[in-house]
Design a protein around this ligand. Structure first.
Ligand code: DGJ
Length: 739
């Protein structure tokens, strides 16, 4: 609910358990941030703006205007006019000057949530959410800024975005525009973020928040393996189950900056938006710029509370399409099975064996087009290589369909190889600084998607491949990041728009693809998990989580990913051992149990793996079918983290009606002479009894908990005993059924 109190000049935004308050102050109508936290009963917190303390508001003490700006908790602070903390917006006017300041003009409160032009965003109907539009201006620049806030009624989330319009008589350049900010008192916060590398994505980091600016950011053109568009400030005492969390997650797939600045008065400014580096957007008179959306979560229920809010929002109000709530086919992907070395017969031999074992979809990865026999050529030439695929794509797909399997295919649409017909015809279609040789990565360049003819050409090639056969799944990959930022197509004074225009064009392409092929299952990917962000989830219900498929490495990667994103979105496969990335050998069963906490599939040559492993596949596929509804739709709880305890990992899903639950326990290294471990479960009905069964018994020698009945109350308060598993890297699935 959103209310405006005319007398107090305050806005109160309520979600089920939180309140966000904004106040208008002084004759100049500054917009201040009053409060964000646990739900307030009353509308009487505006004293938190501290306008009765020195330096007072400018109308009472104009000689200290700068001091006022430098400590006032601004709702959307700006740069260059006296607030020396870092602001959210700045401009360069036609005369070359920087600096702006926003004041209130009017507001509108509406039911539902407006779409954001050209951008992915969360959505909700009139009875699911309400939106506040605060209209502000800088009359000196000639700029109107709309601050949008949406409160959802079914989850403790507030989303924010910003739209800037040139209302003046001359153009100006927008040089910075963040999407959200919270100015609040520092409460001895820790800062939580996620970092990594290729094959090591989204490892959670927690550190003390100190004075000054601390940020997490990407200037790679994508959200990246290295840094995730997420930031949380949490109380020092916050744990998995309790304590305050302020979190922001960016619904955007390009450069970002998320930061926290602790200033001289122990205030903290937390903000998030497009990274200002290399960003400069020209706004001609009357033109607008729509900044992407930030999702904000506040909870006093620790990381469990935060995760629940994000999962609920993304499942109900972000992910779309036919597969949103549907079980995905169990797939087998040929990348680790063959790399570039395949032909029709080899693919069909894998597919035939896979079909026999119950696998439901065959995915043809990189190497099927142009002269692509390695990663050094042919990107951009999206024509089937009929030397490798004798009989063409349709023949292969028909054969696979005959086996009762669906067929999917890989593309890397945003790239161009120097050794490609496309590059020879259009060398100026790459992102490059004219006159300066661009740097290759994986021997490829990035296409300049800011040019519509480039988008149309690539999309046209893709669409004709998809129309040429019964293709039911696409893996959309992207294997290098952007640099040499220059476009042969953009005017000199619009070169600073390239990063963002690239992302907008990517969204446009995926929008077209999902509209033209509404039954297609789309999986995004970027060298593994570099593009796991809410922006991509708007187009694809699943994203490849990491090229690292080792079951033990995946524990931390999937833990970090599931901190924000539902298990239904996490691309996870069983691969062969020794693992191709880390060389580790883990039991086939453990690989299956870890992949079960994701989309589930295989990434191996099923004709070559050990016979014993092959024989396990039908049971694994059955396990997937038995539990996937629960995994996909249930509430997820983190029970223990191997990254923290260095011994074991444990998570749980519980159905919405609390009648079913599944606990996954992975013991990393086995120990000698130990007793069983007691783990406390979560999310069960206290007054209900559950039959507890170990569904995976391959490595269990003695099992004290099998098929016993316990109350939910006891399982959550006293816990469940898990006996030690014999051997390293062992995993166990425990199912709970309400009786
Ligand atoms: C990177 C992806 O993450 C892999 O799964 C595979 O598709 C390769 N690219 C192909 O080049």
């Amino acid at each position: 609910m959103i209310t405006y109190n005319k007398e107090a000049r305050t806005f109160k935004l309520d979600t089920p358990n939180t309140t966000y308050m904004i106040g208008l102050v002084d004759e100049e109508d500054f917009v201040g941030h009053i409060y964000y936290g646990r739900k307030l009963k009353e509308n009487d917190a505006q004293y938190l703006l501290r306008t009765e303390e020195a330096p007072y508001v400018p109308s009472k003490n104009n000689r200290e205007r700068c001091s006022f700006y430098d400590c006032f908790p601004f709702e959307y602070p700006s740069d260059g006019i006296g607030d020396y903390r870092e602001g959210c917006i700045n401009v360069r006017t036609a005369s070359g000057h920087a600096g702006c300041m926003l004041t209130y003009v009017s507001h509108e409160i509406m039911e539902g949530k407006p779409a954001l032009e050209g951008l992915p965003a969360t959505f909700g109907a009139a009875d699911e959410c309400a939106t506040l539009k605060l209209i502000c201006e800088d009359k000196y620049v000639g700029m109107q800024v709309e601050l949008l806030y949406t409160v959802f009624y079914d989850t403790d989330v507030i989303t924010r975005s910003v739209r800037v319009t040139n209302t003046g008589a001359q153009h100006f350049f927008l040089t910075k525009v963040y999407s959200a900010c919270i100015d609040m008192d520092n409460r001895n916060f820790d800062m939580v973020s996620m970092h990594g590398s290729w094959a090591r994505e989204r490892h959670i980091q927690r550190k003390t928040l100190g004075y000054g600016l601390q940020n997490v950011s990407s200037i790679r053109g994508v959200s990246s393996h290295q840094d995730h568009p997420f930031l949380a400030l949490v109380d020092k005492s916050t744990t998995q189950e309790q304590g305050e969390v302020y979190a922001m997650n960016f619904v955007y797939s390009g450069n970002f900056r998320a930061q926290a600045e602790v200033s001289q008065f122990d205030y903290v400014r937390m903000s998030m938006g497009i990274h200002p580096e290399n960003f400069c957007w020209k706004l001609d008179c009357g033109e607008s710029f729509q900044a992407p959306e930030v999702v904000m979560v506040y909870t006093d229920k620790g990381f469990d509370g935060m995760t629940a809010a994000f999962h609920r929002l993304y499942r109900k109000h972000l992910i779309r399409g036919e597969y949103k709530d549907k079980k995905r086919p169990v797939l087998i992907n040929n990348w680790e099975a063959t790399y570039f070395d395949f032909d029709t017969e080899k693919l069909l031999s894998i597919a035939r064996e896979a079909a026999k074992l119950g696998i439901e979809m065959f995915v043809l990865d990189d190497g099927w087009f142009g002269r692509r026999n390695g990663d050094n050529c042919a990107l951009g030439d999206w024509q089937v290589n009929e030397t490798k695929l004798k009989g063409g794509l349709k023949y292969l797909v028909d054969e696979i369909n005959q086996l009762g399997m669906k067929f999917g295919i890989w593309f890397e649409p945003e790239m161009i190889s120097a050794d490609s017909d496309l590059y020879r015809a259009h060398p100026d279609w790459t992102i490059a600084i004219p006159g300066r040789p661009a740097s290759e990565a994986r021997q490829q360049f990035v296409l300049d998607l800011s040019r519509q003819e480039v988008v149309d050409c690539i999309y046209g090639q893709m669409a004709s491949v998809l129309r040429s056969a019964n293709v039911e799944y696409v893996k959309w990959d992207m294997n290098r990041h952007l640099c040499d930022l220059g476009s042969y197509g953009l005017a000199d004074d619009r070169q600073g728009e390239l990063f963002h225009r690239y992302v907008l064009a990517l969204y446009q392409m995926q929008d077209r693809l999902t509209k033209d092929f509404p039954h297609l299952l789309l999986e995004n990917c970027s060298s593994g998990g570099a593009r796991f962000d809410p922006g991509m989830l708007y187009y694809s219900p699943q994203i490849w989580c990491s090229d690292d498929t080792d079951a033990i490495e995946r524990l931390a990667i999937q833990e970090g990913t599931a901190l924000l994103y539902p298990l239904s979105t996490i691309g996870a496969h069983v691969s062969d051992c020794p693992n191709h990335i880390v060389g580790r050998v883990t039991p086939f069963e453990t690989r299956g149990i870890v992949a079960l906490a994701g989309t589930f599939g295989y990434e191996l040559d099923v004709t070559k793996i050990p016979q014993a492993d092959r024989e396990r596949i039908p049971a694994q596929v059955a396990m997937y079918h038995q539990y996937n509804d629960l995994v996909r739709e249930g509430d997820y709880y983190r029970i223990a983290s191997y990254s923290q305890n260095h011994e074991y990992d444990c998570w749980q899903v519980v159905s919405a009606d609390q009648s079913q639950s599944l606990v996954t326990y992975v013991q990393v290294l086995s120990r000698a002479n130990v007793k069983s471990r007691c783990i406390r479960l979560k999310g069960l009905a206290e007054d209900r009894y559950y039959k507890v069964e170990t569904t995976s018994v391959e490595f269990v020698e003695e099992d004290s908990i099998e098929a016993k009945v316990y109350s939910g109350d006891t399982l959550m308060k006293a816990g469940l005993l898990i006996s030690e598993l014999r051997g390293d890297f062992r995993a166990r699935l425990i199912s709970l059924t309400g009786v």
